[in-house]
Design a binder for this molecule. Structure first.
Ligand code: UD1
Length: 428
């Protein structure tokens, strides 16, 4: 398993290109199942999760051709042409789904277009912890018959899906996406109330519109979808990754650096930028991106609560905790989206961070100088928080199990090294 070794306390200066959003790319890839014509997606990030989704689609019988590096200007975004015509299988097997939870996103489009889908329950995730019950209930409301057998979701809609009024009791990004895709080909009108408003959901809705779907209320919490008999092909470019943007913004702040992040947009990270500015980080818009550096007064603690968009994203919580660990004063970070999302805390503590967790809140007493240590990555965002901590820390940090990073950060070491980080990957 690869390791990353970082010798920290070096300020980062330069330009980093932000790729297309992983969390937009995954549903966009799945949406190719809705049409027999070709969907061309550009600005796709080169990430393990994107390859896993492409692999799953290829197994289902989608023909995929790939072109590399079409983004130009330092952006390495890839272009995929995806065509779901001919003999499409409707079973997403365990071996592929277990690698990536977002594989559940093929359920809605398969069911809508073929009237049948068999999708393994997402890997390691029994219904009950990080469940998909809301996806299933909503599809059942649209007329799907759903059974759970041998670890598989067996869904049928022999007479097609019918429009329905779906009220999500909690905001679910994947649930909204699955339902949007299902409703695009359903018979009649679907209303989704309490829909997720994340930019990645909006990106999917806009791509579906480009494919001929009729959707109103895009970007709001109420989506009205008039089902169409069929969708057609389209060309669509993936929205920039706001979490990659936010992660590198924190990298600039914790290393007292000055980074220009290109290929991204300030309006995608308003809540992140708001909190960073409050803590003393300067963020200004520049041509095709943003410039981030520490303001002269230095960083001080701010309280943060994760919330669905437009609130502060849970996917930036771990990174923010690193910034708060080195900030002046105390702060509190409250996680409201996921139950068990403080796995980075013991690792950050090994590097000298002063963090106490009480239920869903963490109290961080800042002002510490982090110190290099051997640490272990536990999930994607926890991993990047360890990279950020290591960049700020005195001495050497060795991060183990970095395969998590490859799921969500393209060419991370290369991008950081080009800005002055002392970072190497050791392949075992
Ligand atoms: C997506 C993102 C993930 C992000 C999360 C929240 C992708 C590929 N992943 O995950 O990076 O952290 O949104 O912004 O886009 N829930 C249920 N039942 C369900 C579905 C969800 O109880 O059927 C709960 C979840 O356990 C969680 C909350 O709802 O507590 C939000 O989950 P959801 O928005 O669905 O997250 P994902 O789509 O899995």
């Amino acid at each position: 398993m690869d390791r990353i070794v970082i010798r920290g306390a070096k300020s980062l200066n330069g330009t980093i290109y932000i790729g297309g959003a992983k969390n937009a790319a995954l549903p966009l890839l799945a949406s190719c199942l809705l049409s027999e014509q070709t969907l061309t997606l550009s600005n796709l990030p080169h990430l393990v999760d994107v390859s896993s989704m492409a692999h799953l689609l290829a197994e289902l019988g989608v023909s995929i051709s790939m072109n590399g590096n079409a983004g130009g200007g330092g952006n390495m975004g890839r272009v995929f042409e995806l065509t779901a015509c001919g003999n499409i299988h409707t079973t997403a097997p365990y071996e592929l789904v277990r690698k990536m939870r977002a594989s559940i996103l093929v359920l809605g489009p398969l069911l809508a277009r073929y009237g049948v889908a068999r999708v393994s329950l997402p890997g390691g995730c029994a219904i009950g912890t990080r469940p998909v019950d809301l996806h299933l209930k909503a599809l059942a409301q649209m007329g799907a018959e759903i059974d759970l057998t041998d670890g598989y979701i067996e869904a049928k809609a022999p007479n097609g899906l019918k429009g329905a009024h779906i009220v999500f009791p909690t905001v679910t990004v994947g649930g909204t996406e699955n339902l949007l895709m299902a409703a695009a080909l359903a018979d009649g009108k679907t209303i989704i109330t309490n829909a997720a408003r994340e930019p990645e959901v909006t990106d999917l809705a806009q791509c579906l519109v480009a494919m001929g779907a009729k959707i109103e209320g895009i970007g709001t919490d109420t989506l009205n979808i008039i089902g169409q008999r069929e969708l057609h092909g389209a060309d669509y470019s993936v929205v920039p990754d706001r979490i990659e943007t936010g992660s590198y913004a924190v990298a600039a702040a914790v290393t007292d650096g000055d980074l220009t992040l290109k290929g991204t947009r300030l309006n995608l990270i308003e809540s992140i930028a708001g909190i960073l500015r409050q803590s003393g980080v300067s963020i200004v818009e520049v041509d095709d991106g943003i410039r981030v550096r520490r303001a002269s007064e230095g960083i001080s603690g701010v309280d943060v609560m994760t919330e669905p968009f437009p609130g502060f994203p849970t996917d930036m919580q771990a990174q923010m905790m690193v910034l708060m660990s080195v900030a002046r004063g105390a702060s509190m970070i409250t996680e409201t989206i996921f139950e068990n999302r403080f796995m980075h805390v013991p690792e950050l503590s090994r590097m000298g961070a002063d963090i106490n967790v009480h239920g869903s809140s963490a109290i961080i007493r800042g002002g510490v100088k982090l110190k290099g240590a051997q640490v272990m990555a536990t999930d994607l965002r926890a991993s990047v928080s360890l990279v950020l901590a290591a960049l700020s820390a005195d001495g050497e940090t060795e991060i183990n199990r970095v395969y998590h990073l490859d799921r969500g950060y393209e060419r991370l070491e290369e991008k950081l090294a080009a800005c002055g980080a002392d970072i190497v990957r050791i392949k075992d």
